[in-house]
Design a protein around this ligand. Structure first.
Ligand code: URA
Length: 214
C-alpha cells in the first residue's frame, strides 16, 4: 500500500528493509550492491507480472486430478532507460524467458538543461504488448516522462505501461501521475524528498555509478 493512488509499493517486510539497508549504505561495495539490488529488482518484476491478466484454465496433475488453475495472458516487453535502467533487464529475463527488450537513451540537453531523446529502439509490435519501463531511480521524473511519451507515440496504451523503479521521490511520483494518471508506478521505496541537487534524499547515491563502476 502507499498513499499515492498511482503507486504500488512493495510490502515493507523486514527482508525488504534489510535489502534496502545494504544498498543504501555507503560502506557497501559494488558486488554486494549489484547482488542485493538484483534481489529487489526481481521482486519488482514479480509485482509487475502480478498486474497482468490471467484466464481460468483447468489442468490435470500427475495424480490424475483436475485442478482449477490459470493461464497467463498478454505479451510483454521491457524498455530500459539507458544506462541505469539496463541493470533491471536481467531480472526481467530471469522471470520471462526470451522477453523482448527495447532501449531509450535520454540525456540532459547542454543548452536547455532539459531531458532530450537521443536514441530509441523498440520492438515493432510494442503497441500490442504490456510494457515494463525500467529505470531504478524516480527523482524529478523528467526522463521517465519523456520515455513514456515515446511509448505512447508508438501506440502503447497508458494502462498497459508499468514503470518499475527501486526508489522514488514524492516530486517525481506527483509529476508523473499528473501527466500519466493511468500509469502505475511499481517501487520498493519512497524517500521524503529531493535535495538541492535533485538527488533522492537520503537515497542511495548514483545508482548507475554504484551498479556499474564504483
Ligand atoms: N539518479 C540516481 O542515481 N540517484 C538519485 O538520487 C537521483 C537520480
Amino acid at each position: 500500500m502507499s498513499e499515492y493512488p498511482n503507486v504500488l509499493l512493495l510490502p515493507q517486510t523486514n527482508q525488504l528493509r534489510g535489502l534496502y539497508s545494504i544498498i543504501r549504505s555507503k560502506e557497501t561495495h559494488r558486488s554486494d550492491f549489484v547482488f542485493y539490488s538484483d534481489r529487489i529488482i526481481r521482486l519488482l518484476v514479480e509485482k509487475g507480472l502480478d498486474q497482468l491478466p490471467v484466464e481460468e484454465k483447468k489442468i490435470v496433475t500427475p495424480l490424475g486430478v483436475e485442478h482449477d488453475g490459470v493461464e497467463f495472458l498478454g505479451k510483454i516487453c521491457g524498455v530500459s532507460i539507458v544506462r541505469a535502467g539496463e541493470s533491471m533487464e536481467q531480472g526481467l529475463r530471469d522471470c520471462c524467458r526470451s522477453v523482448r527488450i527495447g532501449k531509450i537513451l535520454i540525456q540532459r540537453d547542454e543548452e536547455t538543461a532539459l531531458p532530450k531523446l537521443f536514441y530509441e529502439k523498440l520492438p515493432d509490435d510494442i503497441a500490442d504488448r504490456y510494457v515494463f519501463l525500467l529505470d531504478p531511480m524516480l527523482a524529478t521524473g523528467g526522463s521517465a516522462m519523456l520515455a513514456t511519451e515515446v511509448l505512447i507515440k508508438r501506440g502503447v496504451k497508458p494502462e498497459r505501461i508499468f514503470f518499475l523503479n527501486l526508489l522514488a521521490a514524492p516530486e517525481g511520483i506527483e509529476a508523473y501521475h499528473a501527466k500519466f494518471p493511468q500509469i502505475k508506478i511499481i517501487t520498493g521505496g519512497i524517500d521524503p524528498k529531493l535535495d538541492d541537487k535533485k538527488r533522492i534524499y537520503p537515497g542511495l547515491g548514483d545508482f548507475g555509478d554504484r551498479y556499474y563502476c564504483i
